[in-house]
Design a protein around this ligand. Structure first.
Ligand code: GLY
Length: 379
């Protein structure tokens, strides 16, 4: 089927299903489903890192349909996150994931001053996690014992756009400096010669010296956790879009070329490209996130002119292969089931695998919207 026709068909199915899903879950902030019913991370789980994606989905749907219900749900999500913003121990490197798809999206659409305030507070908190000796943004918290004070993770590339946004809004270069210093460190210590990426890199937090790498949510040290590859792929092209630094575009392409060369025949993505050969575990989120990044690389190359245009088809085609595989084999189109994507995995060594995860649904919608031209650009 023609790619535009396919995207229009997928978008229509998303609009139909999500109207029903949003209506019956309007006061929740979902992470996953139990028997097809969304859970709720409002309340005591308000600091969970994925709590911006439901709001982001609502803003994408609002942008495409102008249905007021979506804006109201997104605003409720944004307001609930204030409890997180007021809890120092609940703040971490993932402020971009929580406040870009909620407060910053709101600010972009409505110009709300309250939303702007929330976005800037979140950006300031994230900037405060910068370690000047090692030139990285510190990842997780550790309860105050300092055991993770030197840890940085590849996922954080996706949070940098919160700092780019703060820089673009305030003209204060500190935000840009912190974001690019972190991206430069990630380029040097995370991305390997073959274009694959480490998940965790540990530095000495006092001197900034490199210490070690860890497998993190992937299979093992030196392996290739697919969602981490996807965060790197999308994260570097986003850094390029905000800064126009060619090294970020080249890094995004290197990671993308590695990712593309590892896509299995059936187009479905494993949890780790280097998991044992007899392991069939999948992660649909990696596929949806990588698709978004691939489409942005394709667009960036196309905008660079003639030479880029032929090259851009490689990235566009890879995204279509991933998205159609999800659409045909991993999307749940049952109106009575809350999630869209099946077979998402949080981490290789977790006890449970292959369930629904909210950001899988979010990035699948974002990718389809990129193809239909309905996207509200959030990053
Ligand atoms: N950023 C955490 C994850 O991708 O699971």
């Amino acid at each position: 089927m023609d790619e535009q026709k396919w995207a229009a068909e997928a978008a229509e199915k998303i609009r139909h299903k999500m109207h029903l899903v949003a209506e019956r879950n309007r006061h929740k902030i979902p992470y996953t489903t139990q028997d097809g019913v969304f859970d709720d991370c409002s309340g005591d789980k308000i600091c969970w890192w994925t709590n911006g994606f439901w709001g982001g989905m609502m803003w994408q749907l609002y942008h495409a349909t102008k249905e007021e219900m979506y804006r109201e749900i997104a605003l409720e999500n944004e307001e609930k996150l204030d409890a997180n913003l007021m809890l120092a121990g609940g703040m971490d490197h993932d402020s971009g994931f929580r406040w870009l798809p909620t407060a910053v999206a709101d600010y972009k659409v409505t110009g709300s001053k309250k939303a702007f305030n929330r976005g800037l507070l979140a950006a300031n908190d994230m900037a405060g996690r910068f370690n000047p000796a090692g030139r990285f943004i510190r990842a997780w918290n550790d309860g105050g014992d300092g055991s993770k004070a030197g840890w940085a993770i590849i996922d954080c590339m996706m949070n940098l756009p919160l700092l780019y946004w703060a820089w673009e809004e305030t003209n204060d270069p500190r935000y840009l400096q912190i974001a690019t210093l972190h991206a430069d460190t990630a380029m040097k210590y995370f991305i390997r010669e073959d274009g694959s990426s480490n998940h965790i890199v540990a530095f000495d937090p006092a001197t900034g010296e490199y210490v070690d790498t860890f497998g993190g949510q992937g299979y093992a040290q030196g392996s290739s956790w697919t969602r981490g590859q996807a965060w790197a792929l999308y994260g570097f092209i986003l850094s390029y879009l905000h800064t126009k630094k060619e090294s970020y575009l080249n890094t995004a392409k290197r990671v993308a070329n590695y990712f593309i060369s590892n896509i299995p025949e059936n187009g479905l993505i494993p949890v780790d490209f280097r998991q044992p050969a007899d392991c069939t575990l999948e992660d649909s989120t990696a596929s949806a996130i990588a698709s978004c990044g691939l489409l942005e690389i394709a667009k960036a190359l196309e905008q660079k002119g003639e030479l880029g245009t032929t090259e851009s088809r490689i990235y566009q085609n890879a995204a279509i292969k991933l998205l159609t595989a999800l659409y045909e084999q991993r999307c749940n189109w049952d109106d009575n089931c809350d999630n869209l994507l099946e077979k998402c995995t949080a981490a290789f060594h977790d006890e449970t695998h292959e369930f629904s995860i909210i950001y899988g649904d979010y990035y699948f919608i974002e990718a389809v919207w990129k193809l239909t031209g309905e996207e509200l650009f959030l990053w």
